[in-house]
Design a protein. Sequence first.
Length: 501
Amino acid sequence: MAENNNNNNEVEELDINHLMQIRRDKLKELQDAGQDPYEVTKFDRTNTAGEIKANYESFEQKDVTVAGRIIAKRIMGKASFCTIQDCDERIQSYVSINDLGEESYKAFKTWDIGDIIGITGFVFKTRTEEISVHAKEVKLLSKSLRPLPEKFHGLKDPDLRYRQRYTDLIVNPEVKESFVLRSKIISSIRKILEDKGYLEVETPILNTISGGATAKPFITHHNSLDLDMYLRIALELNLKRLIVGGFDKVYEIGRVFRNEGMDIRHNPEFTELELYAAYQDFHDMMDITEEIFSKTAMNVLGTTEVEYQGQKVNLAPGWKRITMIDSIKEACGVDFNQIQTDEEAVAIAKERGIEIPDKTKETRGDVISLFFDEYVEKTLVQPTFVYEYPIEISPLAKRCKDDKRMTERFEVFICGREYGNAFSELNDPIDQYERFKKQVEAREAGDEEAGMMDEDFIQALEIGLPPTGGLGIGVDRLVMLLTDAASIRDALLFPTMKPLN
């Protein structure tokens, strides 16, 4: 079977090469005749196919000029039909020798699927009621030298679709719609935040210190400074510096980079929203999270009730809020309020068969986190805020007043996945310094994801950070949720791919 597949691929490649040579020969004939399509620099179109179809009564019998890629042709002697696809729709055109003249019509018949053309003519409906353009003039604007891949492969192989997103967008219109929706989602987020008084800012992608999250960074080198630098793994620390500097509400939607594994939920570079508000706490961040998700769903889908991979979810405000310890107790009956020491926590983990992967993490807080991962996360289908996280896994969050081992932090879960992370931000420089020291110790012990000491950030806290609420939301995951995308690669125009060769 493998040999047959290889033979089929070789035949397909030969067919493609043969068709490409035919197209190159056609191009040379045009160039030799002084009609090189690549020399066209501009084409004045008056309307798109979508505008015409949406407002047929206004366009009927009126002249228009449209442009797009040929995706279908039917040659019928002295009259033909072709369909072009532009930025938002497809539209048919009736092309005849009587309207174009013999020479132009002859040239039109030689054009290929994939060529980009311009058409001038009047709008009408065919006998089958299809809105069309009756061509008076056609012009070749760009020659396609490679056949569209679905002619051979169907372009259904996800790997090929991600590698050749340009052809995926042409032959799979629903893919294009998903990315139009992505743009609308981001615009909606911006509008919501700006209406609430948040200022959009930009912070550096290259940093001399890796911080703001627990993740392995990408390392690059600045030649002029002879200095290793890190692509940011989070937006957090610089945004909080701006709160110190006097901005009350700031946000950034930007790319972050983490040198970790890839799967259906993780890409090495992804888009994150982070926002910070002075004089607020993590409860306020819960409120704005609900608002961002519910309003964005209404703005782009017209409803807060969505279906993700067969699971129905209601994003309307009023999400469940539960502590991490209580969620574990609900899921498996273990109550960490009754387990006070590290030794007791490690013992219950062994009893339940939960492996602690690192001796340095044999603490009550780390065991609580492992229990949550094992028993709770996958059960959270409806939007749920899980709050009060152990300090061991929350180096930038403020401690809870009634239990200093826990922090004022939450994560939001939908359909068993984490979508956002928020804190009442730690603004005690002495406490922050000690937590950074523990991160440094972990890093020196071999934890490549542990953070570094950021002396400048400590200085900023010493200047004074007001009580602040901070929130991070994975934009790609929100796009996945609202477009029902199974993989993060379906939410990114150009996901990271290993080179074929």
